[in-house]
Structures are given as structure tokens and as C-alpha cells.
Design a protein around this ligand. Structure first.
Ligand SMILES: Cc1ncc(COP(=O)(O)O)c(C=O)c1O
Length: 403
């Protein structure tokens, strides 16, 4: 008998679509707005000038002439696309140079470049973890981390965001699960803007014989003397086993990497489906990332990074002065987390009224989104950016409720 259930019914009955339609009709939808000019602190959006609240262009390098030249040279030499995977016809000398320089930057044996940062997480976690293993993940981790964990079919033991007591409990349980254990955290949490307590996390993992992986997407190019991220900032580079990063933020391009010991990277190179079964990034993206990385690692890098954090501080102070509640974190990051409730003394109303391109989460179960703003190098006052929720909606991941 044929099924009476239409697999497309969920698309028709998707209540958020209705909600978004209503918001769009009211002219208040912050998503999928059309940008008609280059990325920058102020952008042209649908014919009007807008303060950009949705970018991770921390170092402002997307418009840097050297980075653009890196992209142009790669385009001229290798063409518009590689039309194949890294495994077959998609590896060019730029990939190998980039991998060498990334490994040097991170102070590890090897690095592997993926087409996106999302694929770097999915392709690493989905490969290095297997059924029988356990992964202990912060509930604030990026969606791509969760996706990789779910893909691996390892046992997922999430813990409440940045709660070391919960991490310790989950590690105790994980030790009884009978397989290998990996702790995976964001270095800088993409929505909250706080920084993982890496020394304590490493210590807890070591006590339980677990490995540690850190997603440095928002920290690479910003934190640490070399800009190598939170592991460097906290002096625990030798205690973090795998470090992931993207090119889509400080490195002004598109792509991602995983860095670590030779045997693990080689295994991923040969086994990771998200690496093997997708087209290699376009040459221009690789050339731009390499040029940006060279700027970050040049004597200019530390100045750019200091400016980002100064601007984040400037932004935080400015928002506070306007009466907005800004969440304070012990360690500075480029992100500024604004609590959604209006501060009692706020004379000017909620942040959403004044930052038109502010984004609230399209998939958050909260009724109000939480704006997260970023300090960036390009301007003073700092440019601000807010991001949509990077986590799957709760119904999509019922197994990820934190301990
Ligand atoms: C913490 C974190 N990890 C991974 C990613 C995925 O990186 P990409 O955008 O390069 O795919 C992002 C992107 O937003 C991120 O914020």
C-alpha cells in the first residue's frame, strides 16, 4: 500500500516560515538581505547605507590589496575552479603551501585544508570518532561540531556551556563507556563571545585519558601573540590535540583547516568523506587565504589583532553607555554579547530598534534573539556584527540536551 504521508509536508507546515513571512512583510526581517557592495564596516544594503552587523571580517582583510592580489594571481594561474576533489584533480601548489604555513602557524606537524570550515569540523569529527567512542561537547559548540558528532555515531555527552563541573561529570561517565573519548569545544564561542577555559578543560581531559579538539574559528587571527588562537593564548598548545580553523573570518576568504599530528592528519586525508567527496575550493579562495595568513604572521599581524580587541572594548563600553546590558567575560574576545532584555535605565530602547541589520536567531527556541556584536580592526568606533544562531533547532537534535 502506498504511503499517505507526504515527505514534503514538513516544508508546508513549517511554522517558522509563517513567522518569517510576517516579519518580512513588516519590513523587519534581518535575514537574506541583499548586499550590493563590498564587505566593510558600513555596507550598501538594498540601496541604503547600513552599519554591518553580520560579518566576521575581524581584520578587515577582505578589501586588502595584497589579499585581493593573492586571489587574482591564483585566478589567473589556475582558472575559476578546480572542478574536482583534493584527492583527484583539486590539489594545487597553493594548497600545499597553505597547509605548510598553517601547520607552522599552529606549531603542529601538519594541517589539512577543507573547502569550508563546516566541512573541516564535520570531516574531522565524523571520521576520527566512530561508534563505540564518546564525544564530550560544550552545548555552546558550533553547529558543524554537533553535525560531525552526530555523523560519527559516537556517543554524544554534551555538557552545559562552559560548566567545568558538568564537563567533569560527563568525563567520568565517558570513561565508563568503553571507547576512546574526545572533548571538543569552541575556543571563542560564536554566539556567547566567551572563551573556553582551556587549561582546566585540558587538565580534566588528561585526568580521564581523553583527547581535546578546539575550534579556533573566532580566535585564529585574533587571540594569542601569533594569533594562533585560544590554545596559544592560554599556553596549552601542546595539550590540545587538534585545532580547527576557518578562512571565513580573520583570513578573509572561504575554507577551513584542521591541524594536528601527522598520523591523524594523514588518516583524515585518506578517510574523511567531507574532504574526499567534495570539490576543492576555487583557487582564488585559496590564494586569498594564503595572502591573509601571511599578513597575520607578518610584523603587521599583532597590530591588527590588538586593534580588534581594542575596538571590541570600545564597542562594549559604548553599548553599555547607551544603557544596554553587555555580558562581561573574564577574557577579551572580538565578540560582544548583548543581553536582549532592555536595561532598566535604557533611554533608547532595544538594540534591535537601532541596529537594523542585527540578526536574531532563525532557529533559536527563545522568543528573542541575542545579538552578538564583533569588534573589528577596520574602524573606530568598532563595527558591529551579529550572527544567527549557529546551532540546530532543538527538535533537529533531540540528543544534544546538555547535562
Ligand atoms: C565556531 C565556528 N566553527 C565553524 C564554522 C564554520 O566555518 P565556515 O563558515 O568557514 O564553514 C563557523 C562559522 O560560522 C564557526 O563560527
Amino acid at each position: 500500500m502506498p504511503t499517505t504521508i507526504d515527505v514534503f509536508a514538513k516544508a508546508r507546515d513549517f511554522d517558522r516560515a509563517e513567522l518569517l513571512r510576517a516579519v518580512r512583510e513588516a519590513g523587519a526581517l534581518p535575514y537574506f538581505r541583499e548586499l550590493t557592495g563590498p564587505a566593510g564596516p558600513v555596507v550598501e544594503m538594498e540601496g541604503a547605507e547600513r552599519v554591518m552587523l553580520g560579518s566576521n571580517n575581524y581584520l578587515g582583510l577582505t578589501g586588502d590589496e595584497r589579499v585581493k592580489q593573492g586571489a587574482r594571481d591564483a585566478l589567473e594561474r589556475y582558472g575559476t575552479g578546480l572542478t574536482g576533489s583534493r584527492l583527484l584533480n583539486g590539489t594545487i601548489p597553493l594548497h600545499l603551501e597553505l597547509e605548510r604555513e598553517l601547520a607552522e602557524w599552529m606549531g603542529v606537524e601538519e594541517a589539512l585544508v577543507f573547502t569550508t570550515g563546516h566541512q573541516a569540523n564535520v570531516g574531522t569529527l565524523g571520521t576520527i570518532l566512530a561508534p563505540g567512542d564518546t564525544v564530550v561537547a560544550d552545548s555552546g559548540d558550533h553547529a558543524s561540531i554537533l553535525d560531525g558528532c552526530l555523523l560519527s555515531r559516537a556517543k554524544l555527552r554534551p555538557f552545559r556551556h562552559n560548566r567545568l563541573d558538568k564537563l567533569a561529570k560527563q568525563l567520568e561517565r565517558a570513561a565508563q563507556d568503553g571507547g576512546g573519548v574526545l572533548v571538543v569545544v569552541d575556543g571563542v564561542f560564536s554566539m556567547e563571545g566567551d572563551v573556553a577555559a582551556l587549561p582546566a578543560i585540558c587538565e580534566a581531559a588528561e585526568r580521564h585519558g581523553a583527547r581535546v579538539m578546539v575550534d579556533e574559528a573566532h580566535a585564529a587571527g585574533v587571540l594569542g601573540a601569533r594569533g594562533a588562537g585560544t590554545a596559544e593564548l592560554f599556553g596549552v598548545e601542546d595539550r590540545v590535540d587538534l585545532r580547527m580553523g576557518t578562512f571565513s573570518k580573520s583570513l578573509a576568504s572561504c575554507g577551513g583547516f584542521i591541524a594536528g599530528p601527522h598520523d591523524v592528519i594523514e588518516y583524515l586525508r585518506l578517510q574523511s568523506r567531507a574532504f574526499l567527496f567534495t570539490a576543492s575550493a576555487v583557487p582564488a579562495a585559496v590564494g586569498a587565504a594564503l595572502a591573509a595568513l601571511r599578513i597575520v604572521r607578518s610584523p603587521e599581524g599583532p597590530q591588527l589583532m590588538a586593534r580588534v580587541l581594542d575596538n571590541a572594548r570600545y564597542l562594549r563600553d559604548g553599548l553599555q553607555a547607551l544603557g544596554l546590558k553587555v555580558v562581561e567575560h573574564a577574557v577579551s574576545s572580538p565578540e560582544v554579547d548583548v543581553a536582549t532584555e532592555r536595561a532598566a535605565s535604557s533611554p533608547k530602547g532595544d538594540v534591535s530598534e537601532r541596529y537594523p541589520s542585527r540578526r536574531s536567531s532563525p532557529c533559536s527556541s527563545r522568543t528573542t534573539g541575542r545579538p552578538r556584536c564583533c569588534g573589528r580592526r577596520s574602524t573606530t568606533p568598532a563595527s558591529t556584527s551579529t550572527s544567527p544562531c549557529t546551532r540546530p533547532c532543538p527538535p533537529a537534535a533531540p540528543s544534544c540536551a546538555p547535562a
